[in-house]
Design a protein around this ligand. Structure first.
Ligand code: 3H9
Length: 699
């Protein structure tokens, strides 16, 4: 195996170069290589200073996450960093790309840091449920101060080179050749007679301001992230940097870091890191076969069409937004400009960027203008006849090899594809609203969809900075199909006497971004109603099925857009107020249907909603609609507000225990409507054999 670290020599300066593609993770071989090269440089009388830099697209992007399930093999980061920091020749780290986590910790163990102007530096560990364990919590506050350190550790957001220079994290920034710049910097250090400058020698004094800052941060994370343990552990580690001598602080950090790795949140989030990368890999589909995508076309200037057009423009891809109605098209372009304008006023975008994005979006009422697009996505109203008509029109204008996609969320993609003569070019691209923001893209394959169309769709997802997940062509695909039983239970609970607020509070306390009934109000209660009307003949024999939504729609109470739905809203506000009239209506309907109202525990609300969702997830897997349990978890954490720190519904199922879930399902079958409460064969067989569902892959 080629060495992952090498030592080169320039005049008076040793260059320690890491070469461990793809992201130079500090795996065991890198740690060993660094230790060997630094020891060699220390011994070499011709070397007076050392520059540490990396080949490839980035400086060390972190510890090797694949190594985290076992104790760190020697040499550990601490052993290597004490060699680097202990060097009596100045050591300069030269940073480019992303210096993250263990990568930034490596740089902090060096005596000086210089950076390419495009470099980004940060501690993303909080998003992986890890307390940095290679000295980061001890050295960072010694270099940038407690406030900035806490902010970096708790937000997980990387900072750019300019900010790093302002806070003293780096000593110099260049937009020229980094290697030459770092060598010149090293020569200057030698000329000026500046020796090693070690972070471990800095002493932080505790003062009142620091104490109150840390108290405030503890209170903030306790409120903002009540279920999570790692944020408070990060603060504990920073306190150790203040209160303990450096070696003792390192010991405390190690204890906290090791403990963090054992938390469920850490296991959940580390698995999601790999799950999000695995979801783009489709067995039998060669990523290299992807067709090129340089431009797009969207049909329909509604909410989805506008959002998808913005997602293209945000990724720098030119896009034609087409709507046959010129007024609707004009309104759509105005609304896009307004949306960008809001970003400008919030300082998230400049006027020039706004104009650049708008220039990438061309409006047209003419199908002919889509002739050159590499991918065209129909985003018209959710109606089969209309979608088929649009797709047939695209067949006559799109160039050969263009991908023709439908953004349907519930309709049969194969039937839509049957409207044209090239069904192998048709794929479902299910964006989530708002499409310019939401990360998830469900990629729906029919029996005819060509493999290179799937490869291209996955690549398009990446270009649009989204996470693509393959789904089979079954009703609701992965996400909406699992939402159905989840919402069904919430609506039954309403008839049984739970209030919308109670149900939503329980789900939010569990960690969902929003309760399901608040989601319905936001999306429009009529959206699901219309879908159910289209599928009337396939609905279960149950007069209570989504009855509360239906009653609201029948009264014209459609949620936020009408100011009333499951909740009431003041004009112009999204704040939810109780809607007692709706509750009376549900109670009367329950009486009419013979459903007894009763006291319902929080536990029952949580279990019924979530176990119904999990059971449907197991069916989705069993049928091969999702390829992997981890794909389902990616769908739910990136598109449906499921808490990442719980890892997604399938990971959560293992956390609870499959046996326990099956037992509760059996219990509900006895007490509630048995047509809904049958554990899927897969769930039951995995429960019986004691095998986790989170690792399940459909063969
Ligand atoms: C840490 O450092 C803890 C410390 O305190 C030490 C404690 C003792 N490990 O994302 P991409 C793989 S925690 C292993 O598609 P991009 C990734 O799986 C870590 N593998 O590229 C993928 O493999 P494949 C703190 C990793 O250009 C390939 O590299 N650091 C790691 O879109 C390409 O990745 C982080 O959290 C890793 N650390 O984005 C940074 N990183 O091709 C995590 C990547 O087989 N990484 N891979 O699917 C990232 O954020 C992005 O990968 C990065 C590049 C921004 C670097």
């Amino acid at each position: 195996m080629a060495a992952t670290v090498r030592l080169e020599r320039a005049v008076r300066i040793g260059l320690v170069i890491v070469d461990n593609p793809p992201v130079n993770a500090i795996s065991q071989s890198v740690r060993q290589g660094l230790e060997d090269c630094f020891r060699a440089a220390a011994q070499d009388a011709s070397i007076d200073a050392v520059v540490l830099l990396c080949d490839g697209r980035t400086f060390i992007a972190g510890a090797d996450l694949a190594e985290f399930d076992a104790p760190m093999a020697e040499p550990t980061c601490h052993q290597v960093f004490s060699v680097i920091e202990g060097m009596d020749k100045p050591v300069i780290a030269a940073l480019h790309g992303t210096a993250l986590g263990g990568g930034l910790e490596t740089a902090l163990a060096c005596h000086y840091r210089v950076a390419d102007s495009g470099a980004r530096l940060g501690f993303p560990e909080i998003n992986l449920g890890i307390v940095p364990g290679a000295g980061g919590t001890q050295r960072l506050p010694r270099i940038v101060g407690v406030q900035t350190a806490v902010q970096m550790l708790l937000s997980g957001n990387p900072i750019d080179a300019g900010e790093a220079l302002s806070c003293g994290l780096v000593d110099a920034v260049t937009n020229q050749d980094l290697r030459r710049f770092a060598l010149e910097f090293a020569e200057r250090i030698l000329k000026e007679g500046r020796g090693p400058r070690r972070a471990c020698d800095v002493v932080i004094r505790r003062d009142e301001a620091t104490t109150s800052l840390l108290q405030a941060e503890r209170a903030r994370v306790a409120t903002a992230m009540p279920h999570r343990r790692v944020p408070a552990m990060d603060i504990d580690a920073v306190e150790a940097a203040i209160d303990l001598p450096f070696p003792k602080g390192l010991e405390r950090e190690t204890e906290l870091s090791d403990a963090s790795l054992e938390t469920t949140e850490s296991k959940a989030m580390r698995r999601l890191f790999f799950a999000e990368r695995a979801s783009s890999k489709i067995p039998g589909v060669d990523p290299e076969s992807a067709r090129s995508i340089a431009s797009g076309g969207i049909v329909g200037g509604g909410t989805m069409g506008r959002g998808i057009a913005m997602a293209f423009a945000n990724a720098g891809l030119p896009v034609t937004l087409m709507d046959v109605d010129s007024d609707a098209l004009g309104r759509a372009l105005d609304l896009i400009r307004e949306e960008y304008g809001r970003r400008v006023s919030k300082g998230r975008m400049t006027e020039a960027e706004l104009e650049h994005s708008m220039a990438l979006i061309k409006g047209s009422t003419d199908y002919g203008k889509l002739a050159d697009a590499d991918v065209v996505i129909e985003a018209v109203f959710e109606n089969m006849a209309l979608k088929k008509k649009v797709i047939a029109s695209l067949d006559s204008v799109c160039k050969p090899g263009a991908i023709i996609a439908t953004n349907t969320s519930t309709l049969d993609v194969a039937e839509i594809a049957s409207a044209i003569d090239r069904p192998s070019d048709v794929v479902g691209l299910h964006f989530f609203s708002p499409a310019q923001v939401m990360r998830l893209l469900e990629i729906v394959r029919t029996g005819d969809t060509a493999n290179d169309v799937l490869a291209t769709s996955m690549q398009l997802a990446k270009k649009l900075r989204k996470v693509g997940v393959l789904s089979g062509n079954s009703y609701g695909f992965i996400g909406n199909r699992m939402m159905d039983p989840y919402g069904r239970e919430a609506e039954h609970l309403l008839l049984e006497g739970a209030t919308p607020r109670r149900i939503d509070d329980v789900l939010q306390r569990f960690g969902m971004a929003m309760g399901i009934l608040a989601v319905y109000d936001m999306a429009g209660v009529d959206v699901g109603y219309k879908v159910r009307q289209e599928r009337k003949d396939q609905l279960p024999d149950d007069p209570g099925f989504y009855r509360s939504s239906s009653m609201l729609v029948e009264r014209g109470w459609l949620g936020q857009k009408t100011g009333i739905g499951f909740y009431r809203y003041e004009k112009g506000s999204r704040e939810r107020h109780d809607n007692p009239e709706a509750m009376e209506m549900f109670a009367a309907e329950a009486a009419r249907l013979g459903i007894a109202q009763r006291q319902i525990s929080d536990e029952e609300i949580e279990q019924r909603c979530l176990y119904a969702m999990i059971n449907e997830g197991a069916r989705v897997l069993e049928e091969g609609v999702a390829l992997r349990a981890s794909d389902i978890d990616v769908v739910y954490t990136s598109g449906y507000g499921f808490p990442r720190w719980r890892g997604g519904p399938m990971f959560h199922a293992d956390t609870v225990g499959l046996r326990e879930i099956c037992a509760r399902i059996d219990d509900f079958a006895k007490k509630l409507d048995p047509q809904y409460w049958q554990a899927s064969d897969l769930l039951r067989s995995l429960a019986d054999s004691g095998v986790a569902i989170a690792d399940y892959v459909h063969d």
